[in-house]
Design a protein around this ligand. Structure first.
Ligand SMILES: [Zn+2]
Length: 116
């Protein structure tokens, strides 16, 4: 992949393989479209995980805590905060995991193997 740098200022994205200006690629050579697509993929799944955790928490509050009507608003806030936080954490973890899989180190290893 590096030989391209000397000839033209375009580098292929390490995920989709499309040629992009070197400045448009990020640290691990991903184009903006790939970053956006993975971010939205991770975001969609993180909300599912967040809502699941929120439902479990609701269930736990309902069965174990048995809040009075006066406190139910506070517990609703707690559940919403838990959904938000767990969705955010899940998004970061998913995004990080996908980026790890396509890190430049693994790219170098695979291209070296091909050239032998
Ligand atoms: Zn790409």
């Amino acid at each position: 992949m590096k030989w391209r740098l000397g000839e033209i200022d375009e580098v292929s994205c390490s995920r989709c393989g499309q040629l992009n200006d070197h400045n448009d690629l990020d640290r691990i050579l991903w184009c903006k479209e790939c970053v956006d697509s993975v971010l939205s993929w991770a975001k969609a799944r993180s909300w599912v995980v967040g809502v699941c955790i929120g439902m479990v928490l609701c269930f736990w509050i309902w069965i174990v805590v048995k809040p009075s009507n006066m406190l139910i608003g506070g517990w609703a806030g707690t559940v919403l905060a838990a959904i938000y936080v767990s969705a955010r954490v899940t998004r970061e973890v998913l995004y990080g995991a996908i980026r790890m899989k396509t890190s430049p180190e693994s790219q170098v290893v695979s291209s070296d193997e091909e050239s032998y």
